[in-house]
Design a protein around this ligand. Structure first.
Ligand code: AMP
Ligand code: GLY
Length: 432
């Protein structure tokens, strides 16, 4: 089967900008379009204003534009069954169907699979009753972790330092009116033991029982320097993550990745997409914090530029069930991405602030600015349109040089509400 000559990328973040750029770099030279995209993606490819939760609209767009392949970025259209609908009309897509997306949409579903297949993870129990949940957690040591079952855009996890903090979290989550469009049954929560160690993100391209592990990466989840303040979607990332030595990488494959891929297949799910495994590297070994059913953001921005393999061929092979035997070629360079957010994120932040971007020719070598929450105002200026606005990303022979280049790009961006962390990559740089 030849490679597709046209591709629709669904999404509007920095992750999708990185996907679009990598697909445009394919030797097959596909026509790439995006929905809904952002101001930066629109400079590279045609964008169409169809929202990611408008499944009928996305199907209509794919048909109208006669694309041959759809690559889905975010979790919401996956959980709403976009890929199921695409398959019904015979259009190949990269991304799991709704049954696979449940691995991200329901933390309880995932935990049940992890426990059933003895994949290392924190001990946990599930509740829909606050009094029972509180009785359980009082018998466990603090800190203890309280999680909402459903998709909560990163806001459903509370790592409680004390029992009283955990009890307040239980009450707030179980008394919360159901907000999710995807589930309308009774609220449920999970209470799990706290894991200690460094976190890493392992992205795996999966096609049934076949898989390809992408290069290692770590992100910085907290808003403030020194990993302080509230959690965010991710404030920066780098690849490779040297804390994952070749020996540890092999152990992660043996103890986590292969058993996870087989467990998902054994459950009857034909998963063709990215399995993003959030890992805690505990003193006794790697342990699964969560599965996501999509590429990570900003991990994708640092992983894709390091691939020497054609991304289009890789994702197409996975979607078509032809991944067996596919090997990945990875560049030796380091990649680092600094997220530029709007001041105030992850709480309230302004929108519509004018951004002045440096001319790409004025940036250091192998340095690019991916767009995330950007739009054009009626005057045609690029303006802020989301919490995470841009991702200054660089590839270099060392992590220190990649950081210097990415930070030079950050400094060259002008925007009155610009905020970014100053220490992306510092943990790895300081370890040497
Ligand atoms: P999740 O949405 O499950 O990825 O959780 C968000 C964040 O909460 C993770 O990235 C961790 O930093 C933290 N977290 C989740 N579960 C645990 C756990 N069992 N122990 C310690 N930290 C956790
Ligand atoms: N950076 C973490 C995520 O994409 O969920």
């Amino acid at each position: 089967m030849p490679l597709p000559s046209s591709v629709l990328v669904v999404g509007s973040g920095g992750r999708e900008h990185a996907l679009v750029r990598s697909l445009l770099g394919s030797p097959a030279q596909p026509r790439v379009i995006c929905a809904p995209g952002n101001a930066g993606i629109a400079q590279d490819v045609p964008c169409f204003p169809v929202a990611v939760d408008n499944i009928a609209g996305l199907i209509a767009l794919a048909q109208q534009e006669r694309v041959e392949f759809v690559v889905v970025g975010p979790e919401v259209p996956l959980a709403l069954g976009l890929v199921d609908e695409l398959i019904k009309i015979g259009l190949p897509a990269y991304g799991p169907k709704a049954d696979g997306a449940r691995l991200e949409a329901s933390k309880i579903f995932t935990k049940e699979i992890l426990l059933k297949y003895l994949i290392p993870t924190a001990a946990a129990a599930f509740f829909d009753d606050a009094d029972r949940a509180i009785a359980y957690l009082r018998a466990r040591p603090a800190p203890i972790v309280v999680k909402a079952d459903g998709l909560a855009a990163g806001k459903g996890v509370i790592v409680a330092q004390t029992h009283s903090e955990a009890e307040a979290a239980v009450r707030s989550l179980l008394d919360l009116p159901k907000q999710s469009k995807i589930e309308n049954q009774k609220s449920k929560i999970l209470i799990e033991d706290c894991l200690y160690g460094e976190e890493t993100s392992q992205l795996v391209v999966v096609s049934g029982r076949d898989y390809v592990m992408l290069p290692t990466a770590q992100d910085h989840k907290r808003i403030g320097d020194g990993d302080t303040g509230p959690n965010t979607g991710g404030m920066g990332a780098y690849s490779p993550a040297e804390v994952v030595t070749p020996e540890l990488f092999a152990r992660i494959e043996r103890e986590i990745v292969r058993p996870s891929v087989n467990a998902i297949a054994d459950e009857g799910i034909d998963f063709r997409g990215t399995l993003f495994i959030g890992l805690m590297l505990t003193p006794t070994g790697p342990s699964v914090i969560e599965y996501n059913a999509r590429f990570g953001d900003p991990e994708t921005q640092v992983v894709l530029p390091r691939l020497a393999t054609d991304l289009l061929a890789l994702l197409w092979a996975a979607a078509r069930g032809e991944l067996a035997g596919v090997k990945l070629a990875v560049k030796p360079d380091y990649a680092l991405c600094v997220v530029i957010a709007a001041q105030g994120y992850p709480e309230a932040f302004p929108k519509g602030d004018v951004i002045t971007l440096p001319d790409p020719s004025a940036l250091p070598p192998a340095t690019f600015i991916y767009h995330a929450g950007t739009a054009k105002n009626p005057a045609g200026q690029v303006v802020t349109n989301g919490g995470r606005v841009l991702g200054a990303t660089a590839l270099a022979p060392s992590l220190a040089e990649a950081a210097a280049r990415a930070y030079a790009a950050c400094d060259a961006v002008q925007c009155s509400s610009k905020y970014f962390r100053r220490d992306i990559g510092a943990r790895q740089l300081n370890r040497r």
